[in-house]
Design a binder for this molecule. Sequence first.
Ligand code: NI
Length: 227
Amino acid sequence: MLLRIPQLLSEQDLRRVREAIDSAAWVDGNVTSGHQSALAKHNQQLPEEAATARQIGELILDRLSGCPLFVSAALPLKVYPPLFNRYAGGEMFGIHVDNAIRAKAGSDFRIRSDLSATVFLSEPEDYEGGELVIEDTYGAHSVKLAAGDMVLYPASSLHHVTPVTRGVRVASFFWIQSMVRDVGDRRMLFELDESVQTLTAEKGGRNPTVIALTGLYHNLLRKWSDL
Ligand code: NI
């Protein structure tokens, strides 16, 4: 499932993020790559330990925890501290699958990447190319969103970023370990939750069917989640 989460960051957030990013020192993107990705990756990145990356990463984590659509779709157990990359002058990232396990250097923080996320930080009209192309069983999907929007997709998907031939594309990217490991189970819970929300808006929270379906949602989550 490929899900767009619109306006994760407000205009005010974006201003803060851009100020921080514009004054930051970027390094070769291969500092975080696995072996296969290193061959495919041509971009720049903020060092993970940089104070700037940590501060704006915290802002993104804060917005994620306040976003019901993200919580419902990802059922997050752990989120990797957001990373930041930049593409310009023909830079691109060839086709790859993200590493299954991500460990944060110098700590015991480790996650299994169930979902991958990209938050777009540049306006689409400010650069040419730079589409995130994600492959799933229904084919390839090209994603280029407004600044502040996020896309969430299964970390098991093959994906690539097309060359940025004009302007600069800045984004944040990170991974999520979900309480529900199986992508199909997670999707059914998301669809059930969406339907319960719609029905609640129509019938009210004390409607017996709403109560029964809410119970069913929680009992399935109890059955399928690992903490
Ligand atoms: Ni990737």
